[in-house]
Design a protein around this ligand. Structure first.
Ligand SMILES: [Ca+2]
Ligand SMILES: [Ca+2]
Ligand SMILES: [Ca+2]
Ligand SMILES: [Zn+2]
Length: 346
């Protein structure tokens, strides 16, 4: 679950069905046949650095053209729908996105833009995990077609549902799927659930789920940014710089951060707040070992988490995984990151 704001206030969504599309396509099909698409470079606040941006009721001109990049939509099944190897998009708002001249050239005012963003970023996240070896050298981590539903309701809330193993992205405030960090956060829950069915049945396990989702959003976004040469003009540790302009007053706008000084003794019992303890530890491991090594350890360790794990047990499992994969020195670096958060028994 991403956040919990006004989720009963559904009425505002009824007028959201108008659809607009851009005229001529902004790109053409690539030589290998993958269509191009307009996407945000993680999100417009992070890439552009303008903390004054606001939703403007989903207006095209509320976000500058420089916030968009043209990228390829990979692993599609060729049907023209946003169905592919790692993700399948269903939308309850607007017609399904379709390529014109080999391009999905929608801007943010079109409902189809969120469909394209969700496809691009879920595919990107699974490709990142595949690139770490999950699905080849290591077991797959949600290496399957992930269903994503863009929800018509106006509630400012996105979530992953255990029952259908489906991600649902809401449209309250800034449309949730306009921010890659919201999409990938939810994908983090899908990864956990695929690794350990029913994961998150204790408050601490739930907090680990939220912290990992935030961390995954940051590390996948940064991987993509580096790979594509996109700008970043906000702190790496700021999660959902764009979605959060709707409900945070102070700049920089962040739903949460992965670099707070929270320790285990600061627990509140709220999974989102306490998740910042865990995400900071993961962020520190990344800082010390580099993203690739850190993320191989972090994700691989999660296969061994109990559904109702504690911070202490999950930290010990992560340290043990680091030792098995990389030896004592790196294991001690991982241990230090958890010890710095005051997690007992490490
Ligand atoms: Ca939109
Ligand atoms: Ca939102
Ligand atoms: Ca960010
Ligand atoms: Zn969540």
């Amino acid at each position: 679950m991403f956040h919990r704001i006004n989720r009963r206030l559904l009425a505002a969504s009824i007028g959201a069905l108008a659809l607009t599309t851009l005229g001529p396509p902004a790109g053409v099909a690539s030589a290998d046949g993958d269509p191009s698409a307009q996407v945000f470079m993680v999100n417009p606040v992070q890439s552009g650095g303008d903390q004054q941006l606001t939703d403007g009721k989903d207006a095209s001109d509320a976000v500058p053209a420089t916030a968009y990049a043209t990228a390829r939509l990979r692993n599609l099944d060729g049907s023209g729908a946003l169905d592919g190897r790692w993700v399948s998009i269903r939308s309850e708002t607007g017609a399904p996105a379709r390529p014109v001249g080999g391009a999905y050239a929608y801007d943010r005012s079109a409902d189809q833009f969120e469909q394209v963003m969700a496809y691009f970023w879920v595919n990107e996240a699974q490709e990142y995990l595949q690139g770490l070896g999950f699905g080849s050298e290591l077991p797959g981590a949600n290496a399957r077609q992930q269903p994503v539903r863009i929800n018509q309701w106006g509630a400012d809330n996105s979530f992953f549902t255990d029952k259908k193993a489906e991600i649902r992205l809401g449209k309250g405030g800034v449309d949730d799927a306009e921010d890659a960090e919201v999409i990938v956060h939810e994908y983090g829950h899908a990864v956990h659930h695929a690794q350990v069915p029913g994961f998150g049945t204790s408050v601490e396990a739930g907090s680990i789920g939220e912290g990992f989702g935030d961390y995954l959003a940051v590390t996948v976004g940064e991987h993509a940014r580096t790979a594509y040469g996109w700008p970043r003009r906000a702190d790496l540790a700021c999660v959902a710089d764009w979605d959060s302009v709707s409900y945070t007053s102070a700049a920089p706008h962040c739903l949460r951060r992965t670099d707070t000084d929270k320790v285990y003794a600061d627990r509140t019992g709220s999974v989102h707040a306490d998740g910042e303890i865990w995400s900071r530890a993961l962020f520190d491991i990344r800082g010390a070992l580099g993203a690739r090594t850190a993320d191989r350890i972090i994700v691989n360790a999660q296969f061994g988490f109990a559904p109702d794990t504690s911070f202490a047990a999950a930290a010990r499992q992560t340290i043990a995984t680091a030792r098995e994969m990389y030896g004592d020195r790196k294991a001690d670096t991982v241990r230090q990151a958890f010890a710095d958060r005051g997690i007992p028994g490490v």
